[in-house]
Every structure is written in C-alpha cells, then in structure tokens.
Write a protein that binds this ligand. Structure first.
Ligand code: SF4
Ligand code: SF4
Length: 436
C-alpha cells in the first residue's frame, strides 16, 4: 500500500485492527507504465524533497528513479488543475498530463481511502528524518547558500543529482576547492537542539562523503571537524585510517563556534577552538553539516495514539533483552525508530522483529489458510491447438512505426489463431490481467 499512513491500532496481540489512510495518487497504478510523458509536459515546478531542495521536480512525478512500484503520482497541493478543482472553479487550467497520457492513467477525481486491516501483530518501521539545522543560527544554514546539509551534499555527489555529480558551490556554481564537514550537528548537543544522543551514522557518512568528493574534484581538500570519531562497526575504523592516510582527508579535533561570510566572495570563515584550546580560523568554499537522526513528529503522534511508550530522546522504548518489543504487546519495532542506527543494523533488527512476530503467532499458524482451488483439468490431446495474439502499441513507440491494425488483421488469418487483440500497453497491469 503506497502513500499510506497508519492512523490507529485497536485490539490486542493476535487480533489487531489497523486503520490505514491512503492518500489519493490521481494516477491509476494499474495503467501507469512510468513512461514519463506527463512529467515532461507538466508546467508546475516545485522543490524536490528527494534532492533535499537542491533541485526541482514537477507536480506530477515519481519520487526517485528506483521507486517501487515505479508509478507516477500527482502532488495535489501543487497541481494547477487540482487546485482549481478544490476551489470550485468552473474553468479548469492545464490538464496537459491527461492529454499526453496514452495509457489513460490520470484520474483527477481520485479520493482518500480508509482501510481497516485485521492482523495478529504489527511491526512499526517508520524510519527517521534528518535534523533541521535552520534554528541553530550558529551554522548559518538557510542564510549562507554554501552551508548545506550532508543530505544535500549526497545529492551533489550523485550522478542523478542536480549537478550530475559535479561538486560546485550553490552560490555561484564554481567548483569547490576546500570543504569542511562539521560533525554532531543535531546530535550530542543539549544547548542548540536538545538532542543528547549520538546519531551513530554521521561519522561514517561524513568520511564516505569526504573521500568520494576527492574522487570528483582533483586537488580538493576535505577537512572533518569533530569531537571524537565514532566509527563502531566491522572494519569501520580501518576505513577511517584509509581516509586519513591514503585519501588525505584531514581530521580536526575541535569545537566550532562560528561560521561567517568572507566579504562577498561566497567563501566561509570557520572559527574554532582546537584540541589544545587555541582559537583558530580557516576559510572554506563550502561547509557540510553532518546532521543527526530524529523521529518525525507524525510518528510521535502515532505512538501517542496507539499507546507506545517513548524515551526522553523520542525513540520507541524497548528493553535491553527484547530490543524489538515496544511497550505494547504484539507491536514490535525495528530500525531508527528504536534509536539511530545504520542500514546493516536496521536489517538485522528487521529480521529480529519478523522472528518475534513468528514466535507470537506460531500457535495460530495456518488457521486462516485457504485451500487453493484449481480449474478442473481436461484432456486436450485430441483437440486443435488454439493461439491467442496480443499486439502491443507501446503507446506510439511501436504504433508510430508499425501498422498495428494490419498486424492484427494478418495474425487473425494465421492457422490456429483463435483470438487477436491490440493493447495500448501490453505491460500495463490491466492488460496483463486480461492476458492471464
Ligand atoms: S503512463 Fe501516464 S501517468 Fe504514467 S508516466 Fe506515462 S504519461 Fe505519466
Ligand atoms: S494538471 Fe497540469 S499541473 Fe497538474 S500534474 Fe497535470 S500537467 Fe502538472
């Protein structure tokens, strides 16, 4: 179920009723073949959440190119036509996506749906959101364009990002020559953000980004400013040593106390106290903030609604010897909701949660199993063979070059052909179901 949100969990272990709110997609998932024609024509551009605001997306879009299922959706808040419909306007603008969608997948009248699902156990794996450093004014985030978060820098590093992997300054597009990474932004800092915990992943991702950036720009200097590097994990410390000794990443043990603009050059002056207590300052093209992990507000609201206890750091409360069991029996958790952690640890916890569910539900196993009923078999060895032919237009990809109607007519004249049909897109879900 996509674009969906759990709003309530009623009942008890072994017999829960989960209420799920499914937002309208305005695109029929069975018909959309992800051709992208709608996005090309859509005139409305907004900041891309996936690019962390470093690039733009259209009002009809796919969240990212590896999205599963790969189906487009309309952002109802930004679509010109849906906004006019919501305001009750008679004359509706735009509608280009509907005009160019050969699959007929656009449905402006789609609505929110509420589902109630009966389950024996629940695993809450809502993930995390990155700390927003805007409020802590010392970093200059949101004020100086060349101060960005690590999530944004990740997009700059990516070949599918806004600069196609070129490390350039947001302020003037000039290639960066010296970049500072600041650790523990939004973590281990009760003064600026109230988060006392270590986010556990930022040291490793900062080292990775600093090493990768050097591969992208010849002669680039990358300096990491830290309190202490927490590279726990298999071979992680070896990676740190390689970054230091082979890649030439500089590690500066320090406390940064200010970032200031240097005249109008776009350069940034970093002021810090080094580990001997001496005040220092250095100049950088860009500053990357290694932001920490937090539980999203809507997840905290859900936890309150369903009666899950939360720690003082806003993570799901679990026990040392039952790390995936929440405070409510039958509801489990895994990943960053139980505390910040990286992907391998989250995967291990996912397996642990699945095992805990299997353990809880083992006594009821097979109670709801339905026997598969197959069509009765008959002997066809003496019958004539029968062939079905499905001619695909592939939108205009095939139909634009091949006379598909003539192909259909010709196929019908061939021996043993019993059925011929043309499909706009034979790969679409509704065509597949028809063929089956
Ligand atoms: S099939 Fe229609 S909705 Fe899907 S990507 Fe193509 S044009 Fe857009
Ligand atoms: S109706 Fe217009 S603005 Fe809305 S998604 Fe389609 S093309 Fe974009």
């Amino acid at each position: 179920m996509t674009l969906s949100e759990v709003t309530n969990i009623a009942g008890e272990a072994g017999d829960f009723t989960v209420t799920v709110k499914e937002a309208p997609r305005y695109v029929d998932m069975d018909k959309c073949i992800a051709c992208g024609a709608c996005t090309d024509k859509c005139p409305k551009k907004v900041d891309s959440e996936y690019d962390a605001g470093t690039g733009k997306r259209k009002a009809i879009y796919v969240k990212y190119s590896q999205a599963v299922p790969l189906k487009y959706q309309i952002d109802g808040d930004n679509c010109l036509r849906l906004n006019a419909m919501r305001k009750g306007k008679e004359k509706l603008p735009c509608g280009f996506c509907e005009k160019v969608c050969d699959a007929g997948a656009i449905n402006y009248n789609d609505t929110e749906k509420i589902h109630e699902i009966n389950v024996g156990a629940v695993v809450l794996a809502p993930g995390f959101e990155a700390h927003d450093p805007t409020e802590a004014q010392v970093w200059g985030y949101g004020v100086y364009p060349n101060v960005i978060t690590a999530m944004q820098f990740e997009r700059y590093l990516s070949a599918t990002g806004p600069t196609e992997g070129h490390i350039v300054r947001p302020s003037d597009g000039r290639e960066a020559r010296k970049i500072a990474f600041l650790q523990c932004v939004g973590s281990r800092d009760t003064n600026l953000c109230g988060n006392s915990f270590c986010s556990s992943v930022c040291c490793m991702y900062a080292i990775k980004e600093a090493v990768m950036a050097k591969d992208h720009v010849d002669g680039l200097e990358t300096d990491i400013f830290y309190m202490d590097m927490r590279t726990h994990g298999k071979e992680f410390d070896k990676y740190l040593e390689k970054a230091k000794n082979d890649a030439g990443v500089r590690f500066v043990r320090s406390r940064v106390n200010a970032i200031e603009p240097h005249v109008d050059s776009g350069d940034l002056r970093l002021k810090y106290i080094n580990d001997e207590g001496v005040p220092k300052e250095e100049y950088y093209d860009m500053v990357v903030l290694s932001v920490g992990l937090e539980t999203p507000k809507h997840v905290l609201e859900l936890a309150e609604t369903v009666g899950i206890e939360i720690t003082k750091d806003n993570f799901a409360k679990t026990a040392d010897f039952a790390p995936v069991q929440t405070s409510r029996e039958g509801i489990f958790t895994c990943g960053a909701f139980a505390g910040p952690k990286d992907i391998p640890q989250s995967v291990v916890e996912g397996s642990a949660a699945a095992a805990a569910v299997a353990d809880l539900l083992a006594p009821s196993r097979n109670e709801l199993t339905k026997e598969q009923v197959w069509p009765e078999e008959r002997d066809i060895s003496t019958e004539e063979p029968k062939v079905g032919v499905f001619v695909c237009h592939c939108g205009s990809n095939i139909a634009g070059f091949v006379d598909v109607e003539a192909v259909e007519e010709y196929a019908a004249t061939l021996p043993h052909v019993e059925y011929v049909e043309r499909n706009l897109f034979s790969c679409s879900q509704d065509a597949q179901e028809k063929i089956a």
